[in-house]
Design a protein around this ligand. Structure first.
Ligand SMILES: C[S@@+](CC[C@H](N)C(=O)[O-])C[C@H]1O[C@@H](n2cnc3c(N)ncnc32)[C@H](O)[C@@H]1O
Length: 389
């Protein structure tokens, strides 16, 4: 009997081939994280370890895109980006400030932000994965998951930096509602809101509910949160997340951001976590550096002004209006807040304590900077309505 010749084994696409597919398929309408998920889903049999390496290569590419030869084949560009990633992790000082300032972010950004070496260096670091444990459960969760480090004491003990490689979504702790994945500075917005059990809040741009769930925890699931958004699909996700977390003290509503409010209720607190240019997330989401346009900043600043003006009447006398954005452009932060003050004299600006860094002086414009900690850059401003207003 003659033996059959051995068939060469099909190995499937390599890590760099998959990463190149993601990079080639990503653009403004198709953000890299979504394309990555789709490529990994359709390329069968990709092990979790390989999926992690593909993801690393894709995000290294967009983080280090300013250093690659864009005429070279994509796989060569990906190798260069991975090499920059390794070199920066080993010796950040081997990259000159001037080089980082001119290559890490597009040139138009200088018109809107003071581009400092500290900021761009923070963008070139690998981002930290932050978890929010349920109130008082940080220590127990850290013991259960392992490889966690708390951000500090007090409320910071429930904010954990996760350094492991497990798929957290599959852990019993996650599936049992034991934690949310939420950036440290997004958690800080909840602490600034500081809602009390039994109060009534409106999370006006609730999206998928990251902050709604946090507000509910801070309110010990007592009182009521109206959670609205223009995007119904986001609110459907909020509902699923709330069910998993055992959060019940909320009501969903559609709001298009107009003066027609979802309810006549007057609130103890209104949070406008507004859509923004997202520059504060450019460390975590480097693809957005190359798809955000300067005109987005002006358009979003105008939208933020409308959202704030329309939401403000819902704040009851003595109640608070909290404005938050995960960006750092002047037009969407200090200028936005200053313009609002002029138009709304019955609302008094509050000075805010940085909840992450005890001992810092209170400030009206609270910048939670990505270069101070390994977290997204955010901005928060708060107004209180006078008791007689
Ligand atoms: C920064 S995200 C909110 C994130 C959310 N608060 C969280 O913590 O997960 C901004 C949200 O504003 C919503 N939005 C955009 N335009 C809006 C509008 N005109 N009216 C109301 N919401 C709007 C978006 O759909 C998005 O969900």
């Amino acid at each position: 009997m003659s033996e059959r010749p051995a068939q060469p084994r099909r190995e499937g696409p390599t890590t760099l081939e998959l990463a190149a597919r993601v990079v080639a398929g990503s653009d403004r309408e198709h953000p890299a994280d979504g394309v990555l998920r789709e490529v990994l889903r359709t390329a069968r049999g990709v092990s979790p370890d390989k999926a992690r390496r593909v993801s690393e290569a894709v995000f290294a590419y967009f983080r280090w895109r300013g250093w690659v030869d864009r005429q070279a084949p994509l796989e060569t560009q990906l190798r260069t980006a991975l090499e920059c990633r390794r070199a920066y992790a080993e010796a950040p000082g081997s990259f000159a400030d001037a080089d980082l300032l001119s290559r890490a972010v597009p040139a138009w950004v200088k018109e809107h932000v003071e581009v400092t070496p500290a900021w761009v260096r923070s963008l070139q670091q690998e981002p930290v994965l932050w978890l929010r444990a349920r109130p008082g459960q940080g220590r127990a969760l850290a013991a259960e998951l392992g490889e966690c480090r708390a951000a500090g004491g007090g409320c910071l003990a429930d904010a954990l930096e996760y350094r492991g490689t497990s798929d957290l979504f599959r852990t019993p702790a996650f599936q049992g509602g034991g934690f949310e994945i939420q950036d440290l500075h997004s958690q800080a917005v909840g602490w600034v809101c500081d809602p009390q059990p039994g109060e009534t809040w409106w999370d006006a741009c609730a999206g998928e509910g990251g902050k709604t769930l946090h507000l509910s925890d801070l309110m010990q699931n007592r009182g009521l949160i109206w959670a609205s958004d223009v995007a119904e699909w986001r609110l459907r996700r909020l509902k699923l997340r709330a069910r998993r977390a055992g959060v019940f003290n909320y009501r969903l509503a559609h709001w298009e951001g107009t003066e027609r409010l979802p309810t006549r209720t007057r609130f103890d607190g209104v949070l406008v976590d507004a859509p923004c240019s997202n520059l504060g997330t450019w460390g975590r989401n480097p693809h957005a550096r190359w798809t955000t346009r300067p005109e987005d900043v002006q358009e979003l600043a105008a939208l933020q002004a409308r959202l704030l003006a329309h939401a403000a009447p819902a704040v009851k006398p003595g109640g608070r209006l909290v404005y938050a954005v995960c960006t750092v452009t002047a037009a969407e932060t200090v200028s936005r807040a200053a313009a609002f003050v002029e138009a709304h004299p019955t609302l008094r600006r509050e000075r805010l304590r940085d909840p992450v860094e005890a001992g810092k002086a209170d400030q009206a414009d609270l910048f939670l900077r990505s270069d101070a900690r390994r977290a997204n850059g955010m901005y928060v401003a708060v107004w209180r309505r006078g008791n007689c207003a």
